[in-house]
Design a protein around this ligand. Structure first.
Ligand SMILES: Cc1ncc(COP(=O)(O)O)c(C=O)c1O
Length: 396
């Protein structure tokens, strides 16, 4: 019998929310004042250890100026999808500049890095096709795989033998069918683990598979001119995807690769065709940030100096941790311990993301720093970690 009572119709949502609350799994992010390496939370100033604006370009005066000038000249709206309303000069220029930066023939912009993975994967492969996807891939890759309706084999993180076995099992494809797609993050976004890019590219080449690498967390930081982990490790995948909201301090996403693949994606990706284009000020900010990244050895050396300081603060902690690169995972294992350590660090002046299921299998804190964080801001971190860890409830 349909219920006329609105409270009854929302009971399922309230029930789910209170269950999540009881399990310590409700997402309740802090209200923050400001952006950058330092923010205000509940009237206190905290040092941020979870910003993806790794080079601090979101606050760079040239990037801000480029955005302001473009907003004054062009307004704030893109006015619609590029397929319908057309390509602004800035869209074409940024695509060309991204392709040049990454050493590919062509590139395509999306509204976000999430949309890029969704659009690219679901454009490339369909129901009859196969994907081999690393177990630690970002949610946008997982969702792209689901949307494609392709048959997906999930392989243990970095296990090239498992990738080879999956490709062998797929066998021969019909004429005209897409090759299998192997997809990974060059550096996983939570645990900070590298993909074995070279071995993966060899496995893909020998099986005739396409390799798509998400460089969201590595652009700007690795490779000459910050052009990413693939170049840094001498690997040329068929496609690179990424976000403009991390080292390039802006918003948007992209894919880069050979001209026919990018044109294929442009024709077919629903996240591109049926979604508004990036607005002119965001394009201008991204272009200025890409230019600064290319000339950014000074920013990269400041970043790696600060990362070394963060790594040293983590080196003596009495909890397992991972991350030989710039994303550091500190394993707390349970939601309760994750929230307790997050709060202890907040009390000591640090805003650190606590990551819980379903984003990761078990609880962890994810720590990273930025080029513009002053050395003095990280000095109290080792003591704060030791004190916070000492008060944690035992791991059952
Ligand atoms: C590896 C990876 N890919 C894609 C994305 C999505 O990027 P965006 O925030 O631009 O949607 C993220 C975001 O955290 C990410 O970590």
């Amino acid at each position: 019998m349909p219920s006329p009572d609105p409270a009854e119709r929302t009971a399922f949502a309230r029930g789910w929310l209170s269950q999540r609350q009881a399990l310590g799994l409700l997402r309740a992010p802090a209200s923050i004042g400001g952006t950058g390496w330092q923010v205000r939370v509940d009237g206190r100033v905290l040092t941020v250890l979870g910003s993806n604006d790794y080079l601090g370009l979101g606050r760079d005066p040239h990037v801000i100026n480029a955005m302001q000038q473009e907003a004054a000249a062009m307004g704030t709206a893109s006015t619609g999808s590029r397929t319908l309303t057309g390509n602004l000069e800035g869209h074409l220029a940024l695509e060309e500049e991204l392709a040049q930066w990454l050493g590919t023939e062509s590139a395509i912009l999306f509204g976000s890095g999430y949309a890029a993975n969704l659009g690219v994967i679901s454009a490339l492969v369909g129901k009859e096709d196969h994907i081999v996807s690393d177990e630690l891939n970002h949610a946008s890759i997982i969702d792209g795989c689901r949307l494609s309706r392709a048959r997906v084999t999930v392989t243990p993180h970095g296990d090239v033998e498992a990738v080879r076995a999956a490709l062998d099992a797929i066998g021969r494809r019909e004429a005209g069918q897409a090759p299998p797609l192997v997809v990974c993050d060059s550096l996983t976004s939570m645990e900070g683990l590298r993909a074995p890019l070279h071995k993966l590219s060899v496995a893909c080449a020998s099986a005739g598979a396409l390799l798509l690498v998400d460089e969201a967390h590595t652009l700007g930081l690795y490779g000459p001119g910050g052009n990413g982990m693939c170049t840094h490790t001498g690997v040329r995948p068929d496609l690179i995807s990424g976000s403009l909201a991390k080292s390039t301090g802006s918003v948007g996403g992209f894919a880069a690769g050979t001209a026919p693949l990018i044109e294929f994606i442009r024709q077919r990706a629903r996240a591109y065709v049926y979604s508004a284009a990036l607005p002119p000020p965001d394009i201008a900010a991204a272009r200025a940030a890409v230019r600064r990244c290319q000339q950014g050895d000074d920013l990269r050396s400041a970043f790696w100096e600060r990362d070394l300081q963060l790594r040293k603060a983590l080196s003596d902690v009495l909890l397992p941790h991972s991350g030989r690169d710039h994303i550091h995972a500190l394993y707390t294992f349970t939601p309760g311990r994750t929230l307790a350590l997050q709060q202890a660090l907040r009390d000591a002046g640090f805003l650190v993301p606590g990551i819980r299921p379903p984003t990761v299998k078990e609880g962890m804190l994810r720590l990273s720093t930025t080029a513009d964080t002053p050395a003095a801001a990280l000095e109290p971190l080792a003591a704060a970690l030791a004190a916070g860890i000492a008060t944690l409830p035992p791991n059952p």
